[in-house]
Design a binder for this molecule. Structure first.
Ligand code: SF4
Length: 366
């Protein structure tokens, strides 16, 4: 019998442990042997836990590792983040997506410096008052970095809850979240709440996986799991029908003037807020319409060529992009557009990955 099997057998034989305690014991015994070795777990300061939790929202662990190391090396603490210029922290986030996360991270760091003397507050209730920190993240930070016994209910925990308790209603409804919080609150141990939450995160990522058959044979909770006992693992959780993504057509312009290229900054609010992009127009423009658009920006087009199309998928929107490269003479530009060189396009301005096809073309010719 290997050590994983032994952990499971030990757990199942603990018939003196009450049901709520039994789950924690089984889970934590499994976690002590199987937990993922992640950099933020080696030194779980409030800043490290916070940064990792924000980066991990909507993003896989593997994709986060490099970003986490680079971000910490450039901005090692809350004071450094609060003092950093927007261009720097956005550039460190370039390619990670969901950029409002880093803007809120910075706003929260400024608030912590001003209102909390540079120390992160330790209770989930207070943490939830900081920009970008919602109920899940506040509970994750409070439990992992400060030892508060609050469940951090994300998609992983909702799935485990639905299967373990055979919860048959729509898991995306607020009532499901409320029920899951109450269910985990009864089971979270006072002495290791952060490990309990992290164990459930690992269990949901590695064993009680979504969309495919969970690995119940490896699960430390299988003897306590209603869905497993009833053979309903694949029926739960109950998900709502998916909404269709909205399609948006846009035309992207690589406007070259000698050895520079035009960029503009996106609005401070909304999708990709505050990031930099190549000038764009709504819709799929013809060549003549494209020339007219570039003129309307104050440029004098000399030559135009069509570029390959590209698409980018956001959560609720899909961009279908048409591209043109336009060579121009000197320009009288509107204040919203400016010219930049290769060094700044690469090292200074954060251009979202939605434009990576056009950024590659731009860099190849600069
Ligand atoms: S027994 Fe299976 S369905 Fe139940 S929690 Fe474990 S992996 Fe998930």
């Amino acid at each position: 019998m290997d050590s994983k099997e032994e952990d499971k057998e030990d757990c199942r034989s603990m018939d003196v442990i009450e049901k709520s305690g039994e789950m924690a014991v089984c889970l934590l015994t499994w976690y002590d042997t199987n937990k993922r070795d992640l950099p933020w777990r080696r030194d779980p300061t409030p800043y490290h836990v916070w940064l990792s939790e924000i980066m991990l929202q909507q993003t896989r662990v593997q994709a986060v590792l490099g970003y986490y190391a680079r971000f910490l090396s450039a901005l090692p603490d809350i004071a450094a983040l609060a003092a950093a210029p927007q261009e720097q922290y956005q550039k460190l986030w370039e390619g990670l997506g969901y950029y409002s996360r880093v803007n809120n991270l910075h706003r929260a760091a400024v608030k912590i410096m001003k209102e909390y003397g540079g120390e992160m507050p330790g209770r989930a209730e207070e943490l939830a008052l900081l920009p970008g920190i919602g109920p899940y993240t506040s509970a994750a930070i409070a439990s992992i970095a400060f030892g508060e016994a609050v469940p951090a209910v994300d998609g992983n925990l909702l799935r485990v809850f639905a299967r373990m308790s055979s919860y048959g209603d729509n898991i995306r409804e607020p009532a499901a979240l409320k029920a899951a919080k109450a269910w985990f609150q009864e089971r979270i141990p006072q002495d290791r709440p952060g490990d309990f939450n992290q164990a459930l995160m690992d269990l949901g990522s590695l064993v009680c996986v979504p969309k495919e058959m969970p690995k119940c044979g490896e699960c430390p909770l299988s003897a306590l799991c209603q869905a497993h006992l009833e053979g309903r693992e694949m029926e739960l959780p109950v998900m709502p029908a998916k909404k269709k993504r909205r399609m948006e057509e846009r035309t992207v312009f690589l406007i070259r003037c000698r050895n520079e290229i035009a960029l503009q900054q996106r609005p401070a609010r909304g999708l990709l807020a505050g990031l930099y992009e190549f000038p764009c127009a709504q819709g799929k423009l013809t060549r003549d319409e494209a020339v007219a658009f570039v003129r309307s920006l104050g440029f004098s087009p000399v030559r135009i060529r069509e570029l390959p199309g590209a698409k980018h998928i956001f959560t609720h929107i899909e961009w279908q992009m048409t591209g043109y490269e336009v060579l121009v003479d000197d320009a009288v530009m509107p204040a919203s557009v400016f010219l930049t060189d290769r060094a700044d396009l690469e090292g200074r301005y954060a251009v979202p990955s939605a434009y990576h096809v056009y950024k590659e073309i731009a860099l190849a010719d600069l």
